[in-house]
Write a protein that binds this ligand. Structure first.
Ligand SMILES: C[S@@+](CC[C@H](N)C(=O)[O-])C[C@H]1O[C@@H](n2cnc3c(N)ncnc32)[C@H](O)[C@@H]1O
Length: 203
């Protein structure tokens, strides 16, 4: 979904792109190969950064992969485009503390799943070029409107550019009772929409 939405933005070859929470580096590699982007990939996981570098090498492209905590890894730098598939699954426990290691660091993001999303929304304007855009993927369980409002509060123009309905993923489904108790799911609700929210900085 992120790749399709990114293609629709019509970035010119050579545009600078930041893939935040890159994981495998798939989006950074794809954008370099297919759009001719000049990609930087950031992940807090040392192993993810190594995997992203390896995937770039295996695909014969250059991706600048760096380890760090969100935008902290690229302080002072601005990009034509930012893409992010951050952790957004509401935690099993009633806590906003984020996992610092292990598989859950890739998925869990506090009581409502918004801890990482909200940080990205607040910091994105400082890392977009004039006219630049960000594409952020998450679940309707986190509230697409909340993301649009936070981005607008940060001074960006925001809208939902893609949504894909389907059953809850296995992790979210395994936590359905807790999510119902927190009011994130209606009683008996077992579906969600995966959404892509776009934010634009004025030219
Ligand atoms: C849902 S996965 C992203 C998957 C990725 N888009 C892919 O295609 O492989 C989320 C990623 O965010 C990373 N992450 C979690 N917290 C982070 C943070 N504070 N700063 C940077 N990366 C973070 C995790 O290590 C994980 O690789």
């Amino acid at each position: 979904m992120l790749a399709a939405a990114l293609r629709e933005q019509g970035l010119p070859p050579g545009a600078t792109l930041l893939d935040l929470c890159t994981g495998t580096g798939a989006l950074a590699v794809w954008a370099t190969l297919r759009l001719g982007a000049e990609a930087t990939a950031v992940d807090v996981s040392r192993r993810a950064v190594l995997v992203a570098r390896t995937n770039a090498r295996l695909n014969g492209v250059r991706v600048h992969a760096v380890r760090g905590d969100l935008f902290g890894a690229v302080a002072g730098r601005r990009y034509d485009a930012i893409v992010a598939n951050p952790p957004y699954v509401p935690a099993a426990e009633d806590t906003d503390e984020l996992p610092t290691r292990g598989l859950r660091r890739a998925s869990d993001a506090g009581r409502d799943g918004r801890v990482v999303l909200d940080r990205i929304c607040a910091q994105a304007p400082h890392h977009l070029q004039a006219g630049g855009r960000m594409l952020l993927v998450h679940s309707s369980v986190n509230g697409a409107q909340a993301t649009v409002e936070r981005l607008a509060a940060a001074g960006l123009e925001a809208d939902v550019v893609a949504h894909h309905p389907g059953p809850l993923g296995p992790l979210m489904a395994s936590r359905a009772a807790a999510l119902e108790a927190r009011g994130l799911l209606r009683p008996g609700q077992r579906d969600e929409e995966v959404v892509v929210v776009r934010a634009r900085r004025s030219p």
